[in-house]
Design a protein around this ligand. Structure first.
Ligand code: SF4
Length: 371
């Protein structure tokens, strides 16, 4: 297949659904790791196309959703400082912290700018040597090479007014944490297509083998997702648990060696807190000691603030695949994309936002109160 439309073709999707149905014997719970996959699954109704023996659980692969509230508060504290130009991807501006969100701070006069790349922030630092430019470096391994490149270039250029506020996380330790949870329901993963474009597939092999869970690296279009589900179901039914690549048009086993080398040059593994999941050992990236002068947390000596979640929000259980957005009493009532209580409603990739955008609340209401 060559064109995007072909990955949304009705007859191809129906063929795959039929193959899944003919392969299925038992009942299986499969977690899609990426927020982009969740969005497509809900948008195209893939969870309703597959046979009822398959339950799709929505994983924590949305970078905005898993950024801890404390980090939002730190971003708020830095952005409020005089002389700072705070740069971020747009999604992060609407995530509420204990001091409000960055968008409200911008409305009150803080110099907060939406950028599309950390290199745009770097250009601002070059253009404004009298200002401190800070980039909010969040995300999974997908964003890490560009963030590493910005740090590497700033160091080479000797910039003293550019820093990164780093909240980078990595997928494999998160999968391990989910599988080790006593409440775990996940029996297989649709692996993260974009992350594997950078990191490759090899690091998932020990997870598949040790925990006996299939990991099928999967893309984001309906045909990609259904093919990923088909390969997963076949493994589960045959009692196999290996890594398979159903996104081979993009992903190679060794990923992007230059991208991995750049990450390795600039970052090192560290323990990292995830929103909804808590502290996961060695699941984050921080700047190596040679790059510490580019670390905004050191430059601005930020306090550590413990920030409680909204007591109504069950996004932690949603991110672990234990609940669905429609199980949350606040879904679509107190919590909407306009007034989000939790991060899974803020980001377009969040499960709650996807359910809201594609009418799942209305359907849940109608199921409770049939006309
Ligand atoms: S609907 Fe809102 S309050 Fe409920 S889990 Fe989702 S983000 Fe949290």
């Amino acid at each position: 297949m060559k064109y995007l439309d072909e990955y949304r073709d009705g007859s191809s999707t129906q063929t795959l659904v039929d193959l899944i149905a003919s392969s299925l014997r038992g009942s299986w719970s499969i977690m899609e790791v990426c927020g982009g996959q969740t969005h497509s699954i809900v948008k195209y109704g893939i969870d309703r196309m597959v046979p009822s023996g398959i339950e799709l659980l929505h994983g924590p692969g949305c970078p905005v959703c898993v950024t801890p509230l404390e980090m939002i508060d730190r971003a708020h504290a830095v952005a409020a400082l005089p002389g700072v130009v705070f740069c971020s991807f747009g999604d992060m501006l609407r995530v509420p912290g204990s001091r409000g969100d960055l968008l409200s701070l911008k409305a009150r006069g803080a110099d907060i700018r939406i950028v599309y790349s950390p290199l745009d922030a770097l250009k601002l630092a070059v253009a404004h040597p009298d200002r401190q430019v800070v980039f909010f470096a969040i995300g999974f391994e997908t964003t890490a090479p560009a963030n590493a490149m910005a740090a590497w270039m700033a160091k080479r250029q000797g910039l003293t007014n550019f820093t990164l506020l780093v909240s980078q996380v990595m997928v494999p330790p998160m999968l391990t944490a989910i599988l080790q949870s006593p409440a775990n329901r996940v029996q297989a993963f649709l692996g993260p297509g974009h992350v594997c474009t950078v990191m490759g597939t090899a690091e998932y092999e020990p997870i598949a083998s040790f925990y006996r869970v299939p990991v099928v690296i999967t893309g984001f279009e309906p045909v990609d997702l259904l093919r990923g589900i088909l390969l997963t179901v076949r493994q589960l039914e045959e009692g196999r648990a290996v890594v398979e690549n159903a996104y081979a048009r993009v992903v190679r086993r060794d990923g992007s060696p230059p991208g991995r080398a750049l990450i390795e040059e600039v970052f090192e593994a560290c323990d990292r807190k995830w929103r909804g999941l808590g502290l996961i050992p060695k699941s984050g990236l921080r700047l190596r000691p040679e790059y510490r002068e580019i670390d905004a947390e050191r430059r601005f000596e930020l306090d550590t603030v413990e920030t409680p979640e909204s007591p109504q929000c069950i996004s932690g259980q949603i991110l672990r695949g234990l609940k669905k957005p429609v199980d949350c009493p606040a879904f679509g009532r107190e919590c909407t994309p306009e007034r989000p209580l939790g991060a899974t409603m803020v980001s377009a990739e969040g499960a709650c936002a996807a359910y809201y955008a594609y009418g799942r609340r209305q359907e849940a209401e109608e199921a409770k109160w049939p006309t």
